[in-house]
Design a protein around this ligand. Structure first.
Ligand code: PAF
Length: 284
């Protein structure tokens, strides 16, 4: 495994692999790797000959300075894990290499996709995500790029970016991975106390309750109303949203409109740690 900090060297190394006919799979991360990231690497290895992993905590996608400053960093362990998993190249640029002194990013308008839910509650978040992912896609020049479905709205935004600007690149969404207790894996989970972790499990319970109620035939409106009533009585969890959406455009899904696949999505803070979760719901 080689680690590179400069785009120029990365291009050279990727070019070398491509000359040998290798298909390149790209797994972008912000480090603090966990089993969710591992599953992205495994998916990339199923389809590609070589995996490029990036580790870069992108300052422009954090809407709260405190979240950026306390974002977990475990570089040594990340590199050992990447090596053990058989990653070929780790790209770990610094802020200067990525942004060349200009941290002002353009605003991105993909309609409700960038302005609702995460876009509404984390102003400017998708502007930063799109800015950095565009730079990473340009730098890595991969055949396929892998993203977790835990960040479902991010995945839809990136699919749109690729559709508009990176025609040859395939975007692969990979299943959300849960811990044994059901908590969706996230690098931020390490900041939860034991007590907060128990509370955090409610997010998974709520979206699954919504799923089961709707799949049992109750109307979306009535299922949402009863779950939101229960959620409001919950102490220690600051709910941002809980809804049912179309996974492609993130428009809220309601009864009487399209049938088929939808997603229950939730975002909330527990002990100051922001968490998101989602699950698939079949609407009939
Ligand atoms: O999902 C993440 O870890 C980040 O948002 C990404 C895609 C690596 C961009 O910084």
């Amino acid at each position: 495994m080689i680690t590179v900090k400069k785009k120029e060297l990365l291009a050279k190394e990727v070019g070398r692999l491509k000359l040998q006919g290798a298909q390149i799979g790209f797994v972008p991360t912000m480090g603090a790797l966990h089993h969710g990231h591992e599953s992205l690497i495994f998916e990339a290895q199923k389809m590609c000959d070589a995996v490029v992993l990036s580790i870069f905590v992108n300052p422009t996608q954090f809407n709260k300075a405190s979240d950026f400053e306390t974002y977990p960093e475990t570089l040594e362990a990340d590199l050992q894990r990447a090596e053990r998993l058989g990653v070929q190249i780790v790209f770990m640029p610094d802020v200067e290499e990525m942004y060349k002194g200009n941290l002002v990013v353009n605003s991105v308008d993909y309609g409700p996709l960038t302005h609702s839910f995460e876009g509404q509650h984390r102003q400017g978040h998708f502007d930063g995500v799109v800015a950095v992912v565009r730079k990473l896609f340009e730098a890595v020049d991969a055949d396929c790029a892998y993203f977790g479905e835990k960040d479902l709205q991010q995945l839809a935004v990136i699919r749109r970016l690729a559709q508009e600007e990176f025609a040859g690149l395939q975007i692969k969404g990979c299943a959300l991975i849960r811990d044994v207790d059901g908590l969706a894996l996230s690098s931020r989970n390490v900041r939860l106390s034991q007590e907060e972790r128990v509370k955090a499990l409610k997010l998974n319970a709520w979206i699954h309750a919504l799923k089961h109620t709707i799949e049992a035939g109750r109307s979306i409106e009535s299922a949402l109303e009863s779950i939101l009533t229960a959620v409001k009585n919950e102490e220690g969890i600051a709910l941002e949203y809980l809804d049912l959406v179309d996974p492609e455009n993130f428009e809220p899904r309601r009864s009487g409109t399209d049938r088929g696949e939808a997603y229950a999505v939730v975002a909330a803070s527990v002990g100051g740690v922001r968490l998101i979760d989602n699950c698939r719901v079949l609407c009939s």
